[in-house]
Design a protein around this ligand. Sequence first.
Ligand code: PMP
Length: 300
Amino acid sequence: MERLVYIDGKLLPESKAKISVFDHGFLYGDGVFEGIRVYSGLIFRLDQHLDRLYESAHTVLLKIPMMRKELGQAIIKTLKANRQKDAYIRLVVSRGVGDLGLDPNKCKTPTIVIITNSITLYPSKLYEDGLKIITVPTVRNIPEALNPQLKTLNYLNNILAKIEASNSGFVEALMLNHQGYVAECTGDNIFMVKRGVVTTPPVYVGALPGITRGAIIDLITKPGLVKTGNLPKKFEERLLTRHDLYNADEVFLTGTAAELIPVVEIDGRMIGSGEPGPVTRSLMKGFRELTRKDGVKYAV
Ligand code: PMP
């Protein structure tokens, strides 16, 4: 059976799920989105994803024409229609159909799309061996221009960085902010571990407040959240330079699609022992356990 895609209240077969060429999501990248994972019938941290979606929409003055609860139900309806218990959900709200001018006021109704699919960002070997990444020339968007804390359809900043990494033979790029501080990667947040302390940059440097990032912080700062032992206990948020990362004991990335992935080399500098470290491994285990219990449940 063909996959069903939700568009504006209707479930349509994938081949018939089309949007207008006049949609400002297509013409201008005018819209917001979320990537959400489902683990064994549990939608991981759905409430937090919806919070972020509605907050991004609020800031760009896009009024989502659906109550939060209804939108959550539409996601569940789409998952059920596709009989999916494990999935990667793409939830998109664009400004909607307008004319060829920029004016968002000409777009009368936002377009809502829900795609329930699957995703494998990196081959499983990279989770065992760790990733090598490189700093790219393109810096993260300046918050005063387009704040990276918003999850909007404008991803060209990240895409340029991804192309630069890929042209140099790397699958992921380290992005700095305009002042040279570590911001994040193209689709993941970054953490480092040194002498048992887990550190990540504050989002105001120019990073998305990742839901996975939040889950990792919770695993460290809320003891007893999961049964997994040996989780680190110390966490701090502070400005990081590349020098800090190069000399860390461990580095790892977090994201809904990537989950947790160790980094073993940055710009040709080996990180720690050059192998995924014990703190990263324990957090990977803790995170896996968390995804099996922290979510909105539905029956297929
Ligand atoms: N940073 C960027 C730029 C992202 O696009 C993402 C999501 N892919 C993340 C960080 C991680 O956020 P989350 O954990 O909510 O998926």
